[in-house]
Design a protein around this ligand. Structure first.
Ligand code: DGT
Ligand code: CA
Ligand code: CA
Ligand code: ZN
Length: 580
C-alpha cells in the first residue's frame, strides 16, 4: 500500500465515522493522520517496522500506529470494514459525489435509509431532498447535477495512477521467461488526461503456445493487489485491482504485435478512419494484421511503423491518434515535429517551505539541476492564500533575496526569482506593483471566488492579463480532474488577449490539473498565445510529473517553438517580460 492508498482509507474512515455521528475528536484524528500521510515525502511502507519514525510524523499517535500496522499486515482496516458492514459499501460512492458530505449523507440515511447514488438520485427527482433540514429546491437541483457529473467521471483514473498500475504489472511480468515485450496501449499510451481501463499487451515465445499461454495467465493473476477476475480466455485476461481499476491483458504472437499495438492503442475514431483508408487501398486492417483484401495475405503486422508505411502515411505518434486531422497530415507529410521532454530547459513553477512546499530553495534547485534543467524559478504563494502561509510584500522581498543568494551559491543552474500571485476577486493582483516589478517572472493564478459569473471571471482574468507584471497565467481554468470543474469564463477572449499582450499561458503538468487541457492548448496555438509547461512542484519528487504535461502538449500538436521554456535562460527571461 502506498501513502495515497493509506490516506484514502483513513479519509474514508473519518467520513464514515462522521456519518455514524461519532465524536469530532476521533473523526479529526483520522483526517489529520490522512493529511499527514498524504503529504509525507517518504513511503510509510518503508518505515512501518520502525515505530519511532512513524510516531515522529505529526498527527500520528499510538492508536494510529496500530491502525497503520494492521493495514500493512492485513491489507485492510477493521474499523473501516466494520463501518462499511454497518451501512453499505455504496456509502463510499456517495462520498465521491461533489458537494455531498458526511453530514448530508447522514441526514438522508436517517430519513430514508438510502445510501447509494441511484437511490439518492431518485429521492431528489421525487422532491424528497428539499424537505430535509437545511435543504431546499436549489440544493436538490445541485445534487442532481452532481450525481450526473459523478457518473461521467466514475471509473476513470488520473494518468499517474494508471501509469503506476501499469508499471506494477510490467514489473510483475518482467522476469517471466519467454516474454519479449510488455507495453500499455489504449488511452494511457495516447496520454489522455484520464484513463478508463488499462490495456496491456504482452508478446514473446510464451504467448505462442496454448498451454504456455495458460501458464502465463496463471502467473499474471498472481499479481499483488488483484481483487477479482472479470474474464479469462485463450489469450486474454481481464481483472480488477484493489484500487478499482479494470485491466485487460492480451497475449499476442510477435507476428501480429504491431497490428495489435495499433488496434488497441486506438482511439476508436482514429482506427475507424484508418480502416476506411485501408479498404480504399485494397487492404483490410485488423488487430492481427494489415492484409490484402482479395486473398487475405498479410502485408504488415510486426510493427506499427510498417502498417502506417504500407498505408502511405508518415508514422503517427500515439498522442495524435484522435481523428483530429492527423491522417490527412500524415498523408501530406505535414505532421508537426512534436515537443519532447528533452526540449524543456527549465521548470518555472514550484513552491518551497516558505509557503506550502516541502523542500527548501536549495533542495528544489539541486533536484531541478539533477533533472538536467538549465534554469528554474521559485514561485511561492502570495498572502491571499492564507492556509498556504502566502507571502505579503515584505516577506516576498525577503524571499527574493534568499532566492538570489541561493542562485549565487549553487552552480550549474540559474534560479529565477518568481511568485505565484493570486488574482483577487476584482482582477487586481495580491502584491504591490513595486514588489512584482522586482521579480524575474510573475505567475498570476485564480485560487478563490471560483463561482463568479462567467462575465465577472472573464473581466477578472482579462485584467490580470493586462497587468504589465504578469508573465503568464497559472493553471488557467482551475479545474481539478475528476474532482472540480473549470470555473466559467470566456476562454477565447482570454487566449486572444494573452496572445496580443504577449502574456503566456501555463500548461500545469500536475496530473490532477493538466491545465490548460489539450483542446485549449490547440486553441491557444491558433490564437498565437505561447505556452509554459511546469509541474507546480511542492516537493522535489514532483519534478518528474513534467511528462504528463509533455503528453498533453503533444496531444495538442505543440512543437518546441510553441513553448517558451524551451528557450535558453536569457531569451526566456525576456519572454517573461513580454518580449519574444
Ligand atoms: P478508456 O479505456 O476509456 O480510457 O479509453 P481507450 O481508448 O483505452 O478505450 P478501450 O479500453 O475501450 O479500448 C482500447 C482501444 O481498443 C481503443 O482505443 C481502440 C480499440 N477498440 C476497442 N473497441 C473497439 C472497436 O469497437 N472498434 C475499434 N476500431 N477499435 C476498438
Ligand atoms: Ca482502455
Ligand atoms: Ca480496454
Ligand atoms: Zn496555484
Amino acid at each position: 500500500m502506498d501513502n495515497k492508498a493509506i490516506a484514502g482509507i483513513l479519509y474514508e474512515t473519518a467520513d464514515l465515522l462522521e456519518i455514524d455521528g461519532q465524536d469530532s475528536f476521533r473523526i479529526r484524528s483520522y483526517r489529520n493522520a490522512a493529511e499527514a500521510i498524504e503529504a509525507f515525502p517518504q513511503q510509510i511502507a518503508d518505515l512501518i517496522d520502525e515505530p519511532k519514525r512513524v510516531l515522529a510524523i505529526p498527527g500520528i499517535g499510538k492508536g494510529m500506529l496500530l491502525n497503520l500496522q494492521e493495514m500493512f499486515k492485513e491489507g485492510r482496516l477493521s474499523l473501516h470494514a466494520e463501518m462499511l458492514k454497518k451501512y453499505h459499501p455504496s456509502m463510499l460512492d456517495l462520498l465521491k459525489i461533489q458537494g455531498l458530505g458526511p453530514k448530508t449523507i447522514a441526514l438522508i440515511w436517517s430519513a430514508y435509509h438510502v445510501c447509494d447514488p441511484e437511490g439518492v438520485e431518485k429521492l431528489a427527482q421525487d422532491g424528497k431532498i428539499r424537505t430535509l433540514p437545511r435543504m431546499g429546491e436549489k440544493q436538490e437541483q445541485k445534487l442532481l447535477k452532481s450525481i450526473q457529473d459523478y457518473r461521467r467521471i466514475a471509473g476513470r483514473f488520473l494518468l499517474d495512477t494508471a501509469e503506476a498500475q501499469a508499471g506494477k504489472i510490467i514489473e510483475h511480468l518482467r522476469a517471466y521467461p519467454g516474454i519479449e515485450n510488455i507495453t500499455p496501449a489504449g488511452s494511457l499510451r495516447r496520454g489522455r488526461e484520464t484513463v478508463g481501463d488499462l490495456d496491456i499487451l504482452v508478446t514473446g515465445k510464451a504467448c505462442c503456445d496454448d498451454e504456455e499461454r495458460q501458464e502465463l495467465i496463471d502467473h499474471i493473476i498472481k499479481l499483488p493487489g488483484l481483487m477479482d477476475i472479470i474474464a479469462r480466455g485463450e489469450n486474454k485476461v481481464s481483472f480488477r485491482t484493489r484500487g478499482g481499476m479494470q485491466v485487460d491483458v492480451r497475449l499476442l504472437s510477435p507476428d501480429s504485435f504491431g497490428a495489435a499495438m495499433q488496434y488497441f492503442t486506438g482511439s476508436k475514431a482514429h482506427n475507424v478512419a484508418l480502416r476506411q483508408r485501408a479498404l480504399k487501398m485494397g487492404y483490410t486492417l485488423s488487430e492481427y494484421s494489415l492484409a490484402q483484401l482479395d486473398n487475405e495475405k498479410p502485408v504488415a503486422g510486426k510493427s506499427e511503423e510498417e502498417i502506417y508505411a504500407k498505408l502511405k502515411l508518415d508514422y503517427i505518434p500515439p498522442e495524435l491518434r484522435e481523428n483530429q486531422g492527423e491522417i490527412d497530415a500524415a498523408e501530406k507529410h505535414t505532421l508537426p515535429l512534436l515537443i519532447t521532454q528533452v526540449d524543456l530547459q527549465g521548470d518555472v513553477h514550484m513552491h518551497t517551505v516558505e509557503t506550502d512546499g516541502r523542500n527548501t530553495i536549495e533542495e528544489m534547485a539541486e533536484a531541478a539541476r539533477a533533472h538536467g534543467y538549465k534554469y528554474m524559478a521559485i514561485t511561492d504563494h502570495s498572502k491571499n492564500l492564507a492556509f498556504a502561509n502566502g507571502l505579503d510584500d515584505q516577506r516576498a522581498v525577503e524571499h527574493i533575496k534568499r532566492i538570489r543568494a541561493a542562485n549565487e551559491k549553487i552552480d550549474g543552474i540559474r534560479i529565477f526569482a518568481g511568485i505565484e500571485v493570486d488574482i483577487l476577486a476584482d482582477g487586481t493582483l495580491d502584491l504591490s506593483d513595486s514588489v512584482l516589478e522586482q521579480m524575474d517572472l510573475v505567475i498570476a493564478s485564480v485560487h478563490s471566488h471560483f463561482s463568479q459569473s462567467s462575465a465577472e471571471m472573464t473581466d477578472r482574468m482579462l485584467k490580470a492579463v493586462e497587468n504589465p507584471n504578469t508573465s503568464f497565467l497559472g493553471h488557467p481554468t482551475g479545474r481539478l480532474l475528476l474532482r472540480r470543474d473549470a470555473y466559467q469564463f470566456d476562454v477565447d477572449a482570454v487566449l486572444k488577449a494573452a496572445a496580443q499582450r504577449k502574456v503566456a499561458m501555463e500548461l500545469n503538468a500536475y496530473p490532477d490539473r493538466l491545465d490548460l487541457c489539450d483542446r485549449h492548448l490547440r486553441l491557444a496555438k491558433q490564437y498565437g498565445a505561447k505556452i509554459v509547461i511546469n509541474t507546480d512542484s511542492h516537493h522535489t519528487s514532483h519534478l518528474d510529473k513534467i511528462r504528463y504535461g509533455i503528453l498533453q502538449a503533444r496531444r495538442a500538436w505543440l512543437t518546441k517553438d510553441d513553448v517558451l521554456n524551451t528557450l535558453p535562460a536569457e531569451p526566456f527571461s525576456k519572454a517573461m517580460k513580454h518580449a519574444w
